[in-house]
Ligand binder design. Structure first.
Ligand code: CU
Length: 286
């Protein structure tokens, strides 16, 4: 939801770290709805903490030294060029700080790529300029493309709430289950990105990249293609609807019924047309 800000606050919006630049007035990155997004958030807070403490200590010592030992008070600089102890310290201490950061960062990376023991597998294929989703266990497959009417895009009509972030067929996922994504592309590079999931993954033709989620709570999560992929790059949004187990199973059976009805209709069309159905060939031979 957009919040109207008074005009006097506008210059402050120029500073992205002010928090005021964000429409929802939160002061940090979003926490998201998956274990990975929580891990990434915690990592961000830890690194930020280390940076703030380091900066406070260093600038504290620096400003104190400049003030307390200024020339006007008659201070004379101490000479300690090629002092082994100092040189070892200013190498070892930053090294230890980097190790302190690298351990949790590596753990987060390993967790991101651990797609083992997934309960649902979705193949995501990017193509100019839509997404195709395939439920490998359930045999469901559909294309998801932009739903925003062209009138809103280029004819000056009033823009709806989810302008350029709405699709005809959203990806439906179960809450609380580990969902593995196999991400690829059919033409050029695309990028599958839903910020609330805490990661984005390149969709590359000829390669399969992986990612996974276990969504905490039901809801609608929106994202978009994150790799400049041509003229329609801005028009291939991602919408994920997370449903609880029961609603998800119901949706799956509805989709299967729809698929069966479509196949049935296609079969009838064929039977009355030129092509002979395999079942009929078999019957004719017997
Ligand atoms: Cu794209």
């Amino acid at each position: 939801m957009q919040i109207r800000r008074p005009a006097w606050l506008m210059p402050m919006a120029l500073f992205p770290w002010s928090g005021i630049a964000r429409a929802d007035f939160t002061h940090s990155m979003p926490q998201g709805v998956t274990p990975i997004s929580h891990t990434v958030y915690d990592l961000h807070m830890l690194i930020l903490g280390i940076c703030v403490v380091t900066a406070a200590l260093l600038y504290g010592v620096m400003f104190y030294s400049i003030f307390a030992h200024r020339k006007s008070k008659g201070a004379v600089a101490v000479q300690f060029h090629e002092n082994t102890l100092v040189e070892v310290l200013w190498t070892v201490v930053p090294f230890l700080i980097l190790v302190l950061m690298a351990v949790p960062a590596t753990k987060a990376m390993i967790a991101m790529y651990d797609t083992s023991e997934a309960e649902v597998t979705i193949k995501v294929t990017g193509c100019q300029w839509k997404w195709q989703y395939e439920y490998l266990e359930d045999g469901i497959k559909f294309v998801s493309s932009l739903k925003t009417p062209s009138g809103q895009i280029d004819k000056g009509e009033a823009k709806a709430e989810h302008y350029l972030q709405e699709v005809d067929n959203p990806l439906v996922l179960p809450v609380g289950k580990k969902v593995r994504f196999l991400i690829t592309a059919a033409d050029v590079l695309h990028g599958w990105w839903v910020p609330d999931f805490g990661w984005k993954q390149d969709a590359t033709p000829g390669f399969i990249n992986e990612g996974w989620v276990r969504i905490d709570k039901p809801g609608t999560y929106r994202g978009q293609c994150a790799e400049l992929c041509g003229r329609g790059h801005a028009f291939m949004p991602i919408v994920v609807e997370a449903k609880n187990e029961q609603d998800y199973r119901q949706w799956i059976s509805e989709q299967k019924a729809l698929l069966a009805a479509r196949q049935d209709a296609a079969g009838k069309t064929n039977a009355s047309g030129d092509l002979v159905q395999p079942a009929k060939i078999k019957a004719a031979r017997e």
